[in-house]
Design a protein around this ligand. Structure first.
Ligand code: HEC
Length: 143
């Protein structure tokens, strides 16, 4: 029942994930990631294929500016001001929530008060597995 307020489309996925996560189990309130009032509790089952696809997205799209390891040193970074964020910066990683990552990735920098040079990926809004896998990839860049 705690799964119910979540995004309807992800209900099935939420329940599937019960086998790998206790987020909806035991009658406990799920850990709420509902920062900013949107239905942020995206609980999706991410497969190895999703992870591989997200890695590929990062290394073909995001890498242009952020670099493969996320340091902000991609080939397209030279002319940018401000520079692409160093995604490997642990302190920065700790300072932002996943909801912020979802927003900046799907809506672009301008939508969150950052540089409009950070382009939106609106197609990921309809693909929660890819979006969450990409966020995990970004999280994995922290050193
Ligand atoms: C055309 C260059 C470019 C591409 C491609 C790009 N980014 Fe960015 N990104 C930027 C710039 C520039 C900033 C810094 C914005 C600022 O500090 O105002 C940024 C910032 C960010 C931030 C930090 C936002 C914050 O609050 O500090 C994240 C996270 C991010 N990008 C993720 C991604 C991901 C994931 C992709 C691929 C889907 C991607 N970016 C593709 C240029 C790019």
């Amino acid at each position: 029942m705690n799964c119910r307020p979540r995004i309807r489309a992800s209900l099935l996925a939420s329940c599937l994930v019960l086998t790998v996560s206790s987020a909806c189990g035991g009658g406990e309130a799920p850990h709420s990631a509902a920062v900013g009032g949107s239905p942020a509790a995206v609980v999706v089952a991410i497969s190895d294929a999703d992870r591989a696809a997200a890695k590929q997205t990062f290394e073909t799209v995001c890498f242009t500016c952020h670099g493969v390891s996320g340091k902000g040193d991609g080939p397209g970074s030279a002319g940018l001001d401000p520079k692409p964020r160093d995604l490997s910066d642990k302190t920065w990683q700790a300072s932002i929530g996943d909801e912020h990552l979802r927003n900046v990735i799907t809506m672009g920098g301008a939508a969150v008060g950052k540089s409009p040079a950070m382009p939106p990926q609106p197609q990921l809004k309809g693909n929660p597995k890819q979006l969450e896998a990409l966020i995990q990839h970004v999280r994995g860049l922290a050193r």
